[in-house]
Design a protein around this ligand. Structure first.
Ligand code: GDG
Length: 465
């Protein structure tokens, strides 16, 4: 295929200090072969951003970035993307704040991204845009006369028509998605919800994965994201030599470790999870003094009010639970808002008897896959997984729970703590096989293969309607 140009909100230039801990940078690492370009926001604010992107070359990859003004950042990123789209697509209508001027800023930033990219784009490039910040980007690039293959992947869930209707500009956004040639979702459920929206809200014709609107066809399909399972496993094995991991082993004094790792986000079900620990210690008192729960929870999006509120709530819950159950030499809940280095994280997963992954709604959730890849095969831990994470569609041998039900999570923790080794090994073997099959590399290859075929496939007579 011709040169690949990746577009995302943030561009993780190698060695940038304070690089994001988010899932996207981790998952796309495999795509960065020499010749590729990655375009997006630099992460910097400027009073008058230049049209032409700043270029950095690293290991054969070109990183092209533009700055934003602080007004654009507030309207586009804090406002429409994270104040309206993120809650809506995570089924939290009550948290959605729609302001028309923020939507206008979102459109304006997408338009200026398309104009900036236009200065370095070549006609035979293939373009792959990522995530909810960039839904109108494809249409805008088309309006500038770009005719090459144009793909989009949504990392977060999609919502059914009954929920999408609540967003006053939903029709515009769904039409924008139809301007891409290929749109990927984490699960078939999300892809189907999108096709239903196109059909019911715009009158598009849908046949299988194909959507036809205003005389052009596009494909909406499921392409579940994964991790680089082998390198993660190796990091986990090597981490036995890490000093911090050693210190944690010492501090456990033979007690079981349960671990949660999440950006601090209201979609991750953290208060319910903390509550579940309290229920476990109430209902199954034999586990008192025998378990430590470690929640690693890097702070995130603190410009958005709801995230600050969540932090206050978690601080309060931590104090309440530890105040109630701690002994002078034992604290049940360890909670850190620091970002752990990746190798330490892998080591901490490996030590853990339970991985607790209980988002209220999640596109995929890579932590679930990382936990599985990191476990020792001869004595593996148990994954507790929300039925509303995309990962639950694949990782069916985990203990699947309803994340809104702290008692159910507590019961699953009890089952995990008492599960006999043969059952743990059987479940783990099945899960490992899946995590090593649906890797980040497989995800990228699926998408790129589909993108290279989509224009030919969309031509009549194979197109729907
Ligand atoms: C979005 C979607 C989808 C977390 N804390 C630390 C740390 N992390 C890493 C994890 C994992 C990544 O961040 C988080 O990825 P998730 O998939 O769990 O969640 P989101 O950030 O919400 O990502 C999600 C994903 O995009 C990919 O498509 O799965 O559904 O919401 O890799 O390990 N990494 C380090 N230290 C930390 O403290 N090093």
């Amino acid at each position: 295929m011709a040169r690949l140009v990746i577009i995302s909100n943030r561009v993780p230039i190698p060695k940038a200090r304070g690089a994001s801990a988010g899932g996207l940078a981790v998952a796309l690492r495999d795509l960065l072969t020499p010749g590729t370009m990655w375009f997006g926001w630099s992460g910097r604010l400027a009073s008058e951003p230049a049209l032409e992107p700043a270029i950095v070359e690293a290991r054969g990859v070109t990183y092209a970035t533009v700055d934003l003004t602080s007004e654009d950042y507030k309207g586009y990123y804090v406002g429409f993307a994270n104040g309206a789209l993120w809650p809506l697509l995570h089924f939290r209508l009550g948290l959605m704040q729609f302001r028309r001027e923020e939507y206008e800023a979102y459109l304006a930033v997408n338009r200026s991204f398309a104009a900036s990219l236009g200065t370095v784009l070549q006609p035979d490039d293939s373009v792959w845009a990522h995530d909810y910040h960039l839904i109108p980007f494809g249409r805008m690039l088309r309006e500038q006369g770009f005719h090459g293959p144009l793909g989009f992947f949504l990392h977060i869930p999609f919502a059914p028509p009954s929920m999408m209707e609540a967003l006053p500009v939903a029709r515009e956004l769904i039409a924008d998605l139809c301007a891409f040639d290929l749109v990927g979702f984490q699960t078939e459920e999300h892809a189907r919800d999108f096709r239903d929206c196109a059909q019911r809200m715009l009158g598009a014709a849908v046949q299988g994965e194909w959507v036809r609107l205003n005389g052009r066809s596009m494909r909406a399909f499921a392409d579940p994201i994964g991790i680089d399972a082998e390198s993660f496993r190796q990091d986990a094995v090597r981490s036995v030599n890490d000093k911090m991991v050693h210190r944690v082993v010492g501090s456990l004094a033979g007690r079981a470790l349960a671990i949660g790792v999440d950006r601090m986000d209201y979609s991750k079900g953290l208060p319910q999870r903390f509550e579940a620990l309290a229920r476990l210690l109430e209902k199954h008192q034999e586990h008192r003094r025998h378990i430590h729960f470690l929640q690693i929870c890097p702070r995130s999006r603190e410009e958005v009010d709801e995230y600050r509120k969540l932090r206050t709530e978690l601080d309060r819950l931590t104090g309440r639970i530890n105040g109630r159950f701690s002994d002078f030499d034992w604290t049940p809940l360890r909670y850190s808002t620091r970002t752990a280095p990746r190798s330490q994280l892998a080591g901490l997963y490996r030590l853990s008897r339970i991985g607790v992954v209980t988002p209220l709604r999640d596109g995929m959730n890579l932590v679930a896959k990382e936990f599985i890849a990191a476990q020792p095969e001869d004595d593996p831990g148990v994954l507790i997984l929300s039925k509303f994470a995309g990962a639950a569609h694949e990782l069916t041998e985990a203990l699947i729970v309803n994340p809104f039900d702290p008692d159910a999570i507590a019961d699953a923790m009890h089952v995990a703590l008492t599960m006999p080794a043969p059952e743990r090994k059987d479940r783990h073997a099945a899960l490992v096989e899946k995590v090593f099959r649906t890797t980040a590399g497989a995800y990228c290859k699926n998408f790129i293969d589909a993108l290279s075929l989509v224009k030919a496939q969309a031509a009549p007579p194979r197109a729907a309607a």
